[in-house]
Write a protein that binds this ligand. Structure first.
Ligand code: 5RP
Length: 262
């Protein structure tokens, strides 16, 4: 008998499960990266295998691509799909306007390209990701390896003129070496504490040569689905201005997936 899911895995699972209600046969779907998005891939895989759901997935990382293929989902590149009906992804933080910080898993560049090429973006998250103001989570920015230390210094200098609390950054590491993204770049994590004007911040930081993209997703997300450990989910729709609550039955599926939980 498998052990039950932890409350945090249940929260991620029920958010992912509720997001599946938005997926219809024939859709071209952006598949996010991270532990919450992994639950989505598992749920969609089950729908493909057991219910005959027909979807084409565009993964936002090599990790997700591998998972999706293993789950039985047809995987194509963004250029093959051209445009997507929907992208479903996790987030590190979201605020009341559904602006996001993403990139904790290092996939922000592909995630932003894919979400922007979609009619709709849904974020799935547990309650811990909800914030009043973005910035407590270190903001990831993707930088080219050439001259990264100079780029880092320029970024830190720029921070002093922006409405943020902190002005330090760290290069993300993978053991002894810098972490390398799927696009061959590095990640700088910016310790800002609070981002007063995220829209302005996103525009200014992208002007620095060497910065490829930042992890602020402004006006990209349409819906956030927040899962709780007891199966309750909240659906916040920024375009409709609505918040709806429902309960996802997770006890039976809980056992199907529990061996896969972290
Ligand atoms: C990866 C991301 C993830 O969506 C974000 O880090 C959330 O991950 P998790 O669901 O594991 O908390 O942006 O680049």
């Amino acid at each position: 008998m498998s052990k039950p899911l932890s409350p945090i895995d249940t929260a991620k699972f029920v958010a992912a499960k509720r997001a599946c209600d938005y997926v219809k046969s024939g859709m071209r779907l952006g598949l996010g990266t991270g532990s919450t998005a992994a639950w989505l891939v598992r749920c969609l895989g089950e729908m493909v295998r057991e219910d005959g759901l027909k979807i084409t997935g565009v993964p936002t990382s090599t990790r997700t691509a591998e998972m999706a293929r293993q789950a039985g989902i047809d995987v194509v590149s963004l250029d093959e799909a051209k445009w997507l009906d929907l992208t479903i992804d996790g987030a590190d933080e979201f605020d009341g306007e559904l602006n996001l910080i993403k990139g904790g898993g290092g996939a922000l560049l592909q995630e932003k390209i894919v979400a922007t090429a979609s009619d709709q973006m849904i974020v799935i998250a547990d309650k811990t990701k909800q914030v009043e103001t973005l910035g407590a989570f270190p903001l990831p920015i993707e930088v080219v390896p050439f001259g990264w230390q100079t780029t880092k210094a320029l970024v830190e200098e720029t921070l002093s003129s922006l409405d943020v609390l902190g002005d330090s950054s760290t290069i993300r590491m993978n053991g002894e070496s810098p972490f390398v993204t799927d696009e061959g770049n590095f990640i700088l994590d910016l310790h800002l504490g609070r981002i007063g004007n995220a829209r302005q911040f996103a525009m200014v930081i992208n002007q620095i040569p060497g910065v490829v993209e930042n992890g602020l997703f402004i006006d990209i997300c349409d819906i956030v689905i927040i899962g709780n450990g007891d199966g309750r989910v909240e659906v916040k729709d920024i375009n409709e201005g609505t918040t709806e609550e429902s309960v996802v039955d997770f006890l039976e599926t809980d056992n199907v997936f529990s061996d896969l939980a972290d």
